[in-house]
Design a protein around this ligand. Structure first.
Ligand code: CA
Length: 230
């Protein structure tokens, strides 16, 4: 997917670029609204990430200009905490989603995937392993009929595991995917989060899905697939 990021805070813009590129997106960044509008109207992008307060031309004006031209490219607005009116106006103008700063870049990635999928009409938003379901659009998680509340990081961790049932992820891989940072892989951050996830997902259940592979890492196992291969 080709993403255009229009954001004048250079540090945020470069963080977004780094993470999106790590996720395999092709990313253009501009720090100016007028330039961003020109790029958005002359090049094909799959998703726009659009700040509101921008030099040259503000984000809402860009959005209005695109929709007036009949361009339906999905737009995710980046808004500041106090910008409630701008957020509402943005949604009325046809923004597909918004994030309030500060936000986790992983969350932005998830939203981009979601609006990109919606735009391409692909309904592949539901991950399932046994009776565990994770909806990437609504961000709902269920085990059987039980609804499970997860934090952003727990959700990202579970999504990572559920995208590849049976695959073992090392702590370093999980740190890189879920936290996108250089925590000491010797730290027990991953173990702490896996324990939390396990408490929410597996406690009270007879079938345990999150598995520790001693000395290697973690995986989510698919009991149905495992039984079928016997
Ligand atoms: Ca700004």
């Amino acid at each position: 997917m080709n993403i255009l990021v229009i954001e004048d805070e250079k540090k945020i813009a470069s963080l977004i670029r780094k993470e999106l590129e790590a996720q395999g997106f092709v990313v253009d960044v501009t720090h100016r609204g007028d330039e961003g509008f020109t790029m958005a109207t002359t090049r094909p992008y799959d998703v726009l990430v659009l700040d509101i307060m921008l030099p040259g031309r503000d984000g809402l004006s860009i959005l209005r200009g695109l929709r007036e031209r009949g361009m339906s490219v999905p737009v995710i607005l980046l808004t500041a905490r106090g910008e409630l009116n701008e957020r509402l106006e943005g949604l009325q103008l046809g923004a597909d989603d918004y994030l309030t700063k500060p936000f986790y870049v992983e969350e932005l990635c998830a939203r981009i995937h979601a609006v990109g999928r919606r735009a391409s009409g692909n309904a592949q938003s539901l991950l399932a392993v046994a009776d565990l379901h994770l909806d990437l659009l609504t961000r709902e998680v269920r085990r059987g009929t039980r609804h499970i509340e997860l934090t952003t990081r727990e959700f990202a961790l579970l999504e990572r595991l559920m995208r590849s049932p049976g695959r073992i992820f090392s702590r370093a891989q999980i740190l890189e995917h879920v936290w996108n940072c250089d925590f000491d892989p010797g730290s027990n951050l991953v173990d702490v989060y896996v324990q939390r996830l396990r408490r929410k997902i597996d406690d009270l259940e007879t079938e345990r899905l999150i598995e520790t592979v001693r000395g290697v890492g973690y995986r989510i196992q698919n009991p149905a697939a495992r039984d079928a291969s016997r």
